[in-house]
Design a binder for this molecule. Sequence first.
Ligand SMILES: Nc1nc2c(ncn2[C@@H]2O[C@H](COP(=O)(O)OP(=O)(O)OP(=O)(O)O)[C@@H](O)[C@H]2O)c(=O)[nH]1
Length: 206
Amino acid sequence: MTRPPGIILAGGLSRRMGENKATVLLGRKMMIRHVVERLAPQVSSLAVNAPEGADAALGLPLVPDTISGHPGPLAGVLAGLRHAENLMPKPRHIVTAPADTPFLPPDLVERLEAALPADDAIVVASSAGRWHPVVALWPLTLADDLEEWLADPGNRKLQVFIARHTSTAVDFPPIATKHGLLDPFYNVNTPDELAFAKAFLEEEDG
Ligand SMILES: Nc1nc2c(ncn2[C@@H]2O[C@H](COP(=O)(O)OP(=O)(O)OP(=O)(O)O)[C@@H](O)[C@H]2O)c(=O)[nH]1
């Protein structure tokens, strides 16, 4: 099976971090660079969902939201689906991951794809039974429905949108590092969480 394209979600406001968390340094690299390095071997191509001109793109194609006013991560999913519609050959799915999850598992895409119950289903990553709906495989056939749904400003919640469609979850175990066990979807929102993440970096990741 051809791998899907990956879209890294970096369109948020980073209010809790106080600066753009995608470009904050985690060890020697920007946080988004860790995500790029973990996702790149698993996808057919990569693009970054962020506002026009954002330096988080790291030279990758930039896919800005088409809906104004910071409508949340689903706007990034929609931008990613529209971007993928123009790729050749046109993929059937995209995979998304946020720019603030630097420990993504190496078998993420393989396991999400293997769990697809139907071609038009959404497959969400989970850990310890908790869903991480920003880390998911999304069928391109959802694009029109998602665009229509987001046209109502009351519709913003990922879980609510996902519940309207066929979906399943794949649970991923904690990663064993020499510093202890770590949730593979640990996400870094605050300076304290950044310090915690730094303590888990392996030397080659620094
Ligand atoms: N495209 C897009 N992505 C968003 C938007 N808001 C959040 N995200 C992304 O969704 C994911 C989860 O976002 P949060 O961490 O909850 O929010 P945030 O705005 O990044 O950070 P805070 O301001 O601290 O809440 C991250 O990958 C964000 O980049 C948005 O309005 N548009």
